[in-house]
Design a protein around this ligand. Structure first.
Ligand code: ARG
Length: 462
């Protein structure tokens, strides 16, 4: 195919270099944004008297036809073309003649690709934000179902203190809420139109950038033409926010993988998100959770590759920047695919309450509460801490747990102990006693649920 730039150079690019240079295999997905951007541009050029009304009408009609033909499959994308922008422009010209050649007045592919990408990512970002809202809703609903499901809370993956499964789920709800916030921030910051920045320095034509920005649903225009054509901060922000989402999902997946093992037995994944083994008949494997955990690497990789790609670029546009697309497209696809299976996985998870509860009765998870028991009876915390440490060592030696150690033995360590201690160190009592804000007590959980639901309601209003 003849190059749109084949004036000075003729058509002598080697076929290897041509294929290497081409981006249409991956930027063809921008066809719709490219067409809408061009329609807005032509409309603006006509309004400003730069194009005649007749030419603009031909262009707009021609572009609308091309859009329809691409979507119905009547017009296959020519993978020999250099990129989606030149493909659509030359298709337009072959359909409407000279008017098509006028479309690129006061425009460059540099601002064109920048505006297309912002429009595409704005839509993708909004989809991901919606998926996050659905996820947080599921987490909050499940948390509300599991207000009273008691499980061990861990630090260092050692049983630490009892918590409710609801509280544990709400920890993730908070993470994904912040992810929603990060996406919102990034989407708001990127919604400014670079169109009209042209190659790098603006144009001598009397264009109306605010008008095209408005036609394309932007909140305004970018302020510096050199920055506009060479800025990919919006990709990097989305990549960074996506990396954090992936990290959050991966942490939960890691827990689910552990919890669904025989050793923990806390949860069972639904058959809809488990697989079997081709050789071991007893196996039920958490493949989906593992795959999400595994896919984090590629998203982090795209963030790092894009940051690295940008770091040495002199202003303004450089062809290196064509590398932005595969990275950010794969990132968006991956995050969407992961959220698409993660949320149903959480929703359909079976929780083995008995196993969770039983795990709180071993491992001295109530030792802190036993120390607090002595503190409440007047002993300084450090002294109590030391005594409980000795009691734990004694229990381990005798094969006892705190709930089962006889009161006479307790009295041997301190006369402050009495039979009321047993009731005080039950997992239920430990949780009930956690009255501080943000803790695992029931009042805190109610507050967390209300907090999340207020934010979700606001998100849904939009
Ligand atoms: N395919 C190119 C990209 O994605 C379009 C911009 C080309 N501009 C240029 N001056 N070669 O970056």
């Amino acid at each position: 195919m003849k190059k749109i730039w084949s004036g000075r150079l003729g058509n002598s690019l080697s076929s290897e270099a041509d294929a290497f240079n081409s981006s249409i295999a991956f930027d063809s997905r921008l066809y719709k944004q490219d067409i809408l951007g061009s329609i807005a541009h032509a409309t603006m050029l006509a309004k400003q008297g730069i194009l005649t009304k007749e030419d603009a009408d031909l262009i707009v009609k021609g572009l609308q036809d091309i859009l329809e033909d691409i979507e119905t499959g009547a017009l296959p994308i020519d993978l020999e073309a250099e990129d989606i922008h030149s493909f659509i422009e030359s298709e337009l010209t072959s359909r409407i003649g000279d008017a098509g050649k006028r479309l690129h007045t006061a425009r460059s592919r540099n601002d064109q690709t920048a505006v297309d990408l912002r429009m595409y990512l704005r839509d993708q970002g909004t989809i991901i934000k919606g998926l996050l809202v659905d996820l947080v809703k599921v987490l909050a609903d499940k948390a509300s179902d599991h207000r009273d499901t008691i499980m061990p809370g861990y630090t260092h993956l050692q049983r630490a203190q009892p918590v409710t499964y609801g509280h544990h789920l709400m920890a993730y709800a908070m993470m994904f809420l912040r992810d929603i916030g990060r996406f919102k921030d990034a989407l708001a910051r990127m919604n400014y139109s670079p169109l009209g920045s042209c190659a790098l320095a603006g144009t001598s034509y009397n264009i109306d950038r605010a008008y095209t920005a408005q036609l394309l649903g932007f909140d305004g225009i970018t302020q510096n033409s050199m920055d506009s054509v060479s800025d990919r901060d919006f990709c990097i922000e989305l990549l960074a926010a996506s990396s954090i989402i992936m990290m959050h999902m991966s942490r939960f997946c890691e827990e689910l993988i552990l919890w669904s093992s025989w050793e923990f037995g806390f949860v069972e994944m639904d058959d809809s998100c488990s697989t079997g083994s081709s050789i071991m008949p007893q196996k039920k494997n958490p493949d989906i959770a593992e795959l999400i955990r595994g896919k984090v690497g590629r998203v982090y990789g795209h963030l790092v590759s894009t940051l690295t790609m940008m770091k040495g670029l002199p202003l303004s546009y450089n062809k290196d920047m064509q590398e932005d697309k595969e990275a950010i497209f794969d990132c968006m696809d991956t995050v969407k695919a992961c959220l698409g299976v993660f949320t149903p996985m959480i929703k359909t998870l079976t929780v083995n309450k008995d196993r969770m509860y039983k795990a709180t009765q071993e491992g001295f998870i109530n030792a802190t509460d036993l120390a607090d028991y002595l503190v409440n009876k007047g002993m300084p915390f450090r002294t109590a801490y030391k005594i409980i440490g000795q009691i734990v060592a004694y229990c381990i030696e005798k094969g006892l747990i705190l709930e089962k150690m006889p009161i006479e033995d307790y009295k041997g360590f301190s006369q402050l102990f009495d039979t009321d201690l047993y009731e005080q160190i039950s997992p239920e009592a430990c949780i009930k006693r956690r009255i501080s804000e943000g803790g695992t007590g029931s009042e805190s959980l109610e507050k967390q649920l209300a907090y999340v639901s207020a934010i979700l309601d606001k998100e849904k209003e939009k």
